[in-house]
Design a protein around this ligand. Sequence first.
Ligand code: SF4
Ligand code: SF4
Length: 226
Amino acid sequence: MVPLGVEGDSTTAPPCFECRAPCCAGPAVSLLPYDLYRLVRALGVPWQLLAHADEVADGPVALDDRRRVDFRLRQQAGGCVLLLQLSSGHGRCGAHAARPGRCRIYPFHVEVYRRSADYDVVVGLGAACPPDPAAQWAGLVRAEASRDLIDDEIAEQALTRKVMERWELARRAAPMTLDARHFVAFCERIYAILDGVRRGPRMLWQLDAYQVVDAFPVTMPSLLAS
Ligand code: SF4
Ligand code: SF4
């Protein structure tokens, strides 16, 4: 277990300040494709050094009609592969600015309702927060900064669903066996184009991003190039 003294911004600092709970030492973090793209771009390393693709029955990424994979951050002794051990004995995220969405909104858990635009936000039952910080976090659920962070994550998940729909078209049209590398190459290309529209507040570009995804080619060159 790793004692964490997490440095954070005005949103995260109060509950996390001086916290000693092992919150980055838990189960491997599951990644949205944009999480992986953002980490690779920020750290400049091959994606395989950061994550592995686990073949699991309920994985979010279909490679064909039988095989599905879940991309998860690798782990090292003591927790997440990106967790840095400081000489003070505290831990710190080694990729804070590019950390995955789940880490951005942690310890909140978001429940999205499929039949409406509503969602609930709570401090997750599996969160490592000790009682006092957990109570502070619960009080921050409706704070403006928390909601901005959570709204952004939910909007990113909506964009992810569009990307996954596009991937479905591409992989169904593919005449060869696909693996995780094809999916990552597909996502690298589509998210590199999306970088061009991510300018200013999300509400100004989210619809443009949907159009970019809808126009992305699903033919072989986009899948084969990596
Ligand atoms: S366990 Fe909770 S309060 Fe402690 S550092 Fe992690 S998120 Fe912050
Ligand atoms: S990516 Fe950073 S914040 Fe997320 S679990 Fe790893 S070390 Fe912690």
